[in-house]
Design a protein around this ligand. Structure first.
Ligand code: DWN
Ligand code: SAH
Length: 406
């Protein structure tokens, strides 16, 4: 029995993935024996509809000065955030001297657009190494965890905010009441809080269970976010479905009564009911579909090894792949190496499963026959980039929304 982080009621897990390491804890061979593991399990609270982890490691174990994820390495995501920054400027940063705050600004992928436009801004980013990249690029950044106390400090130092934005971050923070209370006080009376995160509806529809790992403590829906916002005298006034990170939802939130409510909100709530996001049996079904996905993926990889003996390479040492490799028991016997463009991951081994991570150039130098696409959420960008591999006759193994070879 676990107590819901949002409404304090009790709930049970609907799936356990077993022992998991830190998803971004890429490590050297000498550190294998000290590796940290915790039990990864997820549950659904029937009272407030929030899907959440049962246990999450301490935040300092995940976000520190060697954080391995650098947002700006994807050109697709750079474009996505440049477009978002334009929208912010056109619609919400329109007062005389607007002030924009971003929670979890990473290497400045979004805020550098705002900085370049000469707008007052502040990035809050606890992982000091990625925060430093942002600062070096002219983005005003403090290396701290956002919460209610930090919001008070920001008000004292800078005043109230026209916009508070956050992408792929709010779902990482377990103490959301402190975060929402801080946002409510930091916003100007007509200010807006706009955030996006992987969408529960997409995870259920596509069985993208690899979104479940230590950093992601919440899996949001419009249902659950509306209830949470209401607890802090705010409301969701619009929503926008996005294709990023395998399907995300952008929530537009403001103080109650300050903005007209778009019809998109009721429309999406209705869709969520049709999808059964408020029903416990939806998650029991999801567990069965996750188990099938695991069986199918392991079968395909074992078949390739047994029948061809050829190397299988994985593409993108994602956080998500830590769940896949550890839950499915996929190690260096089935995957020869993972290629990745992140210098900090190269030369290390994947968490728990200990598959070598090599530079992307190794993939280019010697195309494998089979490539398992761990960075499936960037497939549009990757397919455009890998025409050479496709022409060479290379095959892709994918597992979202279903396991297949393409
Ligand atoms: O929520 C989160 C998201 C935004 O980013 C964080 N908790 C951590 C991280 O999750 P992830 O590691 O699953 O994110 P990505 O964006 O799917 O990671 C892609 C990985 O693949 C990176 O290590 C970079 C690499 N990559 C590559 O080698 N070649 C990516 C692209 C697009 C490429 O062409
Ligand atoms: N916004 C970026 C980064 C997402 S990765 C993007 O969409 O690509 C998640 C980020 O959240 C990490 O950089 C991590 O350091 C940050 N983070 C985690 N907890 C946080 C907190 N309490 N306050 C602010 N940022 C946090």
């Amino acid at each position: 029995m676990t107590t819901c982080r949002i409404c304090d009621k009790n709930f049970e897990p609907f799936i356990s993935f077993g022992d998991m390491p830190i998803a971004n804890g890429f490590l050297a061979e000498k550190d294998f024996s000290d590796e940290y593991f915790f039990g990864l399990a997820t549950g659904f609270c029937e009272h407030c509809n929030m899907v959440q982890l049962i246990d999450q490691p301490a935040r300092e174990m995940m976000f520190h000065d060697e954080y391995a994820f650098f947002s700006s390495l994807s050109s697709g995501m750079r474009n996505h955030f440049a477009e978002f920054a334009e929208k912010l400027q056109a619609e919400f940063l329109i007062s005389d001297d607007p002030f924009a705050v971003e929670i979890g600004s990473n290497d400045g992928i979004m805020l550098k657009n705002i900085a370049q436009a000469g707008i007052r801004h502040l990035g809050v980013e606890p992982s000091a190494n990625v925060a430093q990249v942002a600062s070096d690029n002219g983005v005003n950044t403090i290396s701290s965890f956002f919460d209610e106390a930090l919001a008070a400090q920001i008000i004292a130092d800078y005043g109230h905010a026209d916009t508070i934005t956050s992408a792929n971050v709010i779902c990482h923070i377990p103490y959301l009441h402190s975060v929402f209370a801080g946002i409510e006080t930091l916003l100007k009376p007509t200010g807006v809080f706009i955030y996006e995160d992987p969408y529960l509806g997409d995870i259920v529809e596509k069985v993208s269970y690899d979104q479940i790992y230590d950093e992601h403590v919440f899996f949001f829906s419009v249902m659950s976010v509306s209830k949470l916002a209401a607890m802090h005298n705010m409301e969701v006034f619009d929503v926008e479905h996005l294709s990023t990170h395998g399907g995300s939802m952008r929530y537009y939130i403001a103080k109650k009564g300050s903005h007209p409510i778009s019809e998109n909100v009721a429309r999406q709530l209705q869709k969520e009911q049709q999808l059964g996001l408020d029903q416990a049996n939806t998650y029991d079904e999801l567990r069965k579909r996750i188990e099938k996905s695991r069986t199918d993926l392991v079968a395909i990889l074992e078949k390739i090894k047994a029948e061809t003996g050829k190397p299988v390479v994985a593409y993108g040492a994602t956080s998500k792949s830590t769940t896949v490799t550890n839950y499915c028991g996929i190690g260096p016997d089935l995957i020869d190496y993972i290629c990745d463009t992140t210098p900090l991951k190269q030369g290390k081994f994947s968490p728990g499963s200990h598959i070598p991570v090599k530079p992307y150039e190794d993939f280019l130098a010697d195309y494998p026959d089979y490539t398992l696409l761990f960075a499936w959420n960037h497939s549009k960008e990757i397919m455009a980039k890998e025409e050479g591999y496709n022409k060479h006759g290379g095959k892709w193994i994918v597992y979202v929304p279903e396991v297949k070879i393409t």
